[in-house]
Design a protein around this ligand. Structure first.
Ligand SMILES: *Cc1c(COP(=O)(O)O)cnc(C)c1O
Length: 368
């Protein structure tokens, strides 16, 4: 990335040498992404400023190119980049939004999906894998079903790209979102895959960049970084199963053995290899996260209800996980180690015990 922010900082739209060099580097990055997701053509990749921008672009484009259709199908557990937009469209444009439910393990309700699919649906947007539980949805199958009613199919694959092997050219998926920082790339850069021939309407109007599909000067250093991250992710894909998953399983097993009244959320059979979302009876996830942070352990909390100021995770809510269970998510990568896991297993039992001793949730005083 460094040369493209310093001595080679040309604009790819310019025809002088440093501009042309930027264009060549961007083309290479497009090919690296094409290889990672199995796109047919490199120009099916449009660079954006991240997952959120890709999600918004795809859904708004779907509505725009199918003006005679006014419905969207999505799931109850999407990232806010999809759900917040859908709620906004519902309120301001009278779009009808179907939010397909999930079961207790976070598994997608195929029957409800089949019912929601009609010729009124412009676009379906279902995530490839859930960012809170790691549950994987059968998007190739869902895309085939959408195609039968003539609806476009978009998938938010921000969590899946780089972790699951993909060959988009063999699927009916029309659009796919990905984000740099979720695969060890830079923040503020991402891409939207749009299959060749799929009608598309640009969200951002202006110059002719990205073949008129995303106006504005490209973030060349970010794009080069994303391309390299994609190349490395493809090279290291096997490590997901050989190294990352065993570490994740070791942590989950260790927690379940050491801490009572604890369970792992998400689909036990179809889950990303790097995600461990663990729910604990009677305590707040935010409190666990806060105390783990003191030991230099960074995790995410899925739920918090005791303070009254914090929102509970809509994903756990959709899975009907009782409110008195706090959840914490640990994310692994090829940079995680056994020592990391051992350290968590060393300090977490004491933290949970301490919190349970002092928790209003364990004495039945919880208000939520
Ligand atoms: C992180 C994430 C996003 C948002 O991506 P940004 O690059 O941060 O805009 C969207 N969807 C999912 C599933 C994510 O995990």
């Amino acid at each position: 990335m460094l040369p493209f922010s310093t001595d080679q900082s040309g604009n790819a739209s310019s025809t002088h040498d440093i501009g042309i060099a930027a264009g060549v580097a961007m083309k290479a990055a497009r090919r690296q992404l094409q290889a990672l997701i199995g796109a047919n053509f490199d120009h099916e990749i449009i660079f954006t400023s991240g997952g959120t921008k890709s999600d918004n672009t795809a859904i708004l484009s779907g509505l725009e190119v199918m003006p005679e259709r006014t419905e969207i199908v999505t799931s109850a557990v999407e990232h806010p980049a999809v759900l917040t937009l859908c709620t906004h469209l519902e309120k301001t444009r009278g779009v009808k939004v179907h939010r397909i439910p999930v079961d207790h393990h976070g598994r997608f309700d195929l029957r409800a999906y089949g019912k929601a699919l009609t010729h009124r649906v412009a676009i379906v947007s279902i995530m490839w894998a859930d960012n809170e539980t790691g549950t994987i949805f059968p998007v190739a199958e869902l895309a085939e079903m959408a195609k039968k009613v003539g609806a476009l199919f978009h998938t938010d694959a921000v969590q899946a790209v780089g972790k699951l092997p993909m060959d988009l050219k063999l699927t009916a998926i029309d659009m796919l979102s990905l984000s740099g920082h979720k695969l060890h790339g830079p923040k503020g850069i991402g891409a939207l895959y749009v299959k060749r021939g799929v009608p598309f309407s640009s969200l951002i109007m202006g110059g002719h960049q990205e073949r008129d599909r995303r106006a504005g000067t490209e973030n060349t250093p970010g794009i080069v970084g994303l391309g390299k991250a994609a190349e490395l992710a493809l090279e290291c894909m096997d490590e997901g199963n050989t190294r990352v998953k065993p570490l994740r399983d070791r942590l989950e097993k260790g927690i379940l053995e050491r801490i009572p009244k604890t369970f792992v959320t998400g689909d036990p059979l179809a889950r990303l290899p790097n995600t461990a979302n663990v729910a604990f009876d009677s305590i707040d996830g935010q409190a666990i996260q806060f105390l783990l942070n003191r030991y230099g352990i960074a995790c995410s909390s899925g739920s918090a209800c005791t303070s009254g100021t914090l929102e509970r995770s809509h994903v756990l809510e959709a899975m009907s996980i009782p409110r008195a269970r706090g959840a914490v998510r640990f994310s692994f990568s090829r940079y995680s180690s056994e020592e990391d896991v051992d350290r968590v297993l060393e300090v977490l039992p004491g933290i949970v015990e301490k919190l349970r001793d002092s928790s209003p949730l364990s004495s039945g005083q919880a208000k939520c």
